[in-house]
Ligand binder design. Structure first.
Ligand code: GLC
Length: 727
């Protein structure tokens, strides 16, 4: 290029940049000559945030702290900030609604992959699958143009009756933390922000919009906040959603203790706190209590939101300082710039073969084999002539149910379809619905007849997403199988003892008199779009089930801590967690109550043996717990080695034992593998309210390694020689 041409080219480029700069920068003559710093993605994030904040008008600042439709906050074209889209949910990208109501928007491009429920992801005990899960969510969110995905939910299964248990990773904070951390990291790696919800203690749907939750500080810190703390401090989650309920008398959306003191000050959270939809209650409470983004308040126009006109009035009256607004804006800008609001993101992907394979793998590994007498499973399609598939859940589509976690799915393979696809070409398959939402004699007798005429029965029942079962906004009334299934199952198994039971559901159910008579039982949770294929592969032995319970299955509801102490659903508007730390297996172990099926339990088509437990302090501050696992059976399979810690002389009350590590290994028949699970000081710590800190105290501890919380195979003693406080 000649010198003259090059000079002209440089002049042209300088003018172009200047023009762009002047298009964007209007409030400072100095900046006219420079490209606005916030547009320079090579600059450190905080500098870009500060530069962008410095250019914003009051109206622009207010625009980013409240919604301008059901699931958006406004664009700021002058600064090149696009409209920000949020979307449910934990199991996939929800269909578009609104813009100003909950009605479907009627789009045709808002289908999505329907992933297995999070309670099932937790039951895989495979944190690599949590990463794979998050990648699907992130890629599909980006493809659908969403910047914030409203999940994962991480409330604790305190009662089996909570209608949203299916959306959460079970009863144990350690297992839940491992799952949500990997899920969030993977979503956010796709330039999409995750949302840790519902902060905090939204552990029942009954009166969720008004109930006040009371619990002691140790239960709060060691159980109910733990997954959120991991989401913030290990995964760097960019958004948190405040819960609908009150905590210690104050709305979670304006709870300085939860939002300002713990989340932002103690944990160092730099992201934004959004309200749950219509979960904001006052301007002052939201502004000073730590809310950064008001969503879903049921008023129109959006300027009437608490953090819109009300906030402006408070600023002009001097009730609020501009620094309070600036902090909220910074948190929103951080989230926007971290998801490439300025430079834009690449397109994502949706319902790819990889997404489908991930959904199927998670479903397969989520199934928990609870009973398998005389190797009733797997079924040999070459040795079975006829199968009667019975039960409404064999044909029931689940994707579009459950509330905000619903999905407009591209497809969903039902159990019947999965079985037909797998062996319909060589085995005679019959179907009988057996029940519907009311006990029905005709349906029942058809089912019994089908059972009597088949070699094998595969019964697919359990719960569903109808209100009153696994559905947002409602809790179950009891833990029984609905629609007369106990009686129906007893009749079916009397007609054909070779009855394999498969239960859908997000939480435990009481097993009726039929349990003792059926040879096999499989917990399937809600297995998503590939569920039917995954189920068929497990039933016919292509895959060996490797799921383990992410929650305790009590024999009776009254055995469960929240119910044993009469602390559910609360009274006079308050629910007291008097069981404290003793949630789930912590209660059953400490109170020595035998559950129906324990936390961490699951059978396999093969057998595993454990040996050689030793503890090596080979790295500073880390104890390596090592042992061998052998597959001594005849089939390849996955085993989940679980590590529990027991404080032998606790200074304060502690659960009998607590999960502090796990490792899932897949072994071929005859294969032996050394497993190493690291423990550090926080593995032994408890929260000491007097010191406002977690503390790992010197003393003797037992390390318990097993195949479930009640099947301990190896034990070893260890000692902490010093006491340390966690910062
Ligand atoms: C709902 C749920 C929350 C969801 C939000 C938006 O009420 O509690 O989980 O993300 O509103 O649908």
């Amino acid at each position: 290029m000649t010198q003259l041409l090059k000079t002209r080219w440089i002049v042209f480029v300088v003018i172009l940049i200047g023009a762009c700069g002047s298009l964007i920068v209007t409030n400072s003559s100095h900046a006219q000559e420079q490209r606005a710093l916030y547009l320079d993605v090579s600059q450190p994030l905080e500098r870009r945030v500060e530069d962008l904040l410095s250019r914003m008008t009051l109206e622009e600042k207010l625009a980013v702290v409240h919604a301008d439709s059901k699931f958006t906050s406004a664009a700021i074209p002058r600064l090149g900030l696009p409209r920000r889209w949020l979307s449910d949910g934990p199991h996939g990208v929800r269909e578009d609604v609104g813009p100003d109501n909950w009605l479907p928007a009627g789009h045709t491009d808002d289908f999505a992959s329907f992933m297995p429920a999070l309670v099932g992801l937790a039951a895989t005990w495979n944190s690599d699958l949590a990463t794979a899960y998050g990648k699907v969510i992130g890629e599909e969110a980006r493809q659908r143009g969403k910047q914030i995905m409203l999940g994962p939910g991480m409330n604790i299964m305190r009662t089996p009756l909570n209608g949203r248990n299916f959306e959460y990773p079970g009863e144990d904070p350690f297992l839940s933390s491992r799952m949500v951390v990997n899920y969030i990291r993977a979503v956010q790696a796709e330039d999409v922000s995750s949302c840790a919800k519902h902060f905090a203690a939204n552990d029942q749907e009954y009166q969720r919009g008004t109930i006040n939750v009371e619990m002691d500080e140790r239960a709060l810190r060691e159980i109910y906040l733990r997954p959120f703390q991991a989401a913030v401090q290990e995964a760097g989650v960019r958004t948190v959603m405040s819960a609908y309920n009150k905590f210690r008398g104050k709305w979670c959306s304006e709870n300085e203790y939860l939002l300002n003191k713990i989340l932002k000050d103690e944990w160092g959270f730099k992201g934004l706190v959004m309200s749950d939809w219509n979960g904001t209650h006052s301007t002052k409470g939201a502004v000073l209590g730590g809310l950064d983004l008001e969503m879903g308040t049921e008023v129109l126009p959006y300027e009437r939101f608490f953090m819109a006109n009300g906030f402006r009035d408070g600023l002009s009256s001097g009730e609020f300082s501009m620094s309070v607004l600036d902090d909220k804006v910074r948190r929103n800008l951080r989230q926007m710039l971290e998801t490439k609001a300025v430079e834009g993101r690449g397109t994502g992907a949706i319902n790819t073969k990889e997404h489908q394979a991930t959904a199927r793998r998670i479903a397969e590994e989520s199934f928990v084999l609870l009973k398998n007498d005389n190797n009733a499973l797997p079924l040999d399609p070459n040795a079975v002539k006829s199968i009667a598939v019975i039960g409404e859940n064999a044909i029931q589509l689940q994707a579009y149910g459950g509330g905000s976690a619903r999905i407009k799915a591209f497809y969903e393979i039902t159990p019947l379809e999965g079985i037909l696809r797998r062996i319909g070409d060589r085995v005679n398959i019959s179907f009988a619905k057996g029940y519907s939402d009311k006990p029905n004699e005709e349906l029942a007798s058809q089912a019994v007849r089908a059972a009597s005429q088949a070699d094998v029965v595969v019964y697919v029942g359990g719960l569903n997403h109808r209100p009153g079962f696994d559905a947002e906004g409602t809790d179950r009334k009891d833990m029984k199988l609905p629609y007369g299934q106990d009686e129906l199952l007893s009749k079916i198994v009397a007609a054909n003892p070779r009855t394999i039971v498969v239960l859908f559901g997000g939480a435990p159910v009481e097993m009726g008199p039929w349990l003792g008579k059926v040879p096999a039982l499989l917990q399937a949770w809600y297995p998503g779009m590939e569920g039917g294929n995954a189920l068929a592969r497990v039933l016919f032995g292509d895959v060996n089930p490797s799921g383990r319970l992410s929650c305790t299955f009590p024999r009776r509801l009254e055995d469960s801590p929240a119910h044993a102490m009469g602390n559910y659903p609360g009274k006079d508007g308050t629910v007291k967690y008097e069981e404290g730390l003793l949630v789930g297996y912590r209660w059953f172990d400490t109170k020595n109550i035998e559950p129906l099926f324990p936390f961490g339990f699951g059978l396999s088509y093969t057998k595993f043996e454990y040996s050689g437990l030793r503890i090596e302090a080979d790295k500073p501050g880390v104890m390596s717990v090592k042992f061998e696992i052998s597959n001594v059976g005849t089939r390849e399979g996955g085993e989940v080695a679980q590590l529990y810690v027991q404080d032998l002389k606790p200074r304060l009350q502690r659960p009998f034992k607590e999960l502090k590590g796990f490792s899932k290994v897949f072994l071929k028949p005859g294969e032996k593998q050394t497993v190493e699970i690291p423990l550090n000081r926080s593995s032994f710590a408890f929260y000491d309210p007097a010191q406002h800190s977690f503390t790992a105290e010197k003393g003797d501890y037992k390390v318990l390694v097993g195949s479930s919380s009640r099947d301990i195979r190896l034990e070893a003693l260890t000692r902490l020689t010093t006491t340390t406080l966690e910062k």
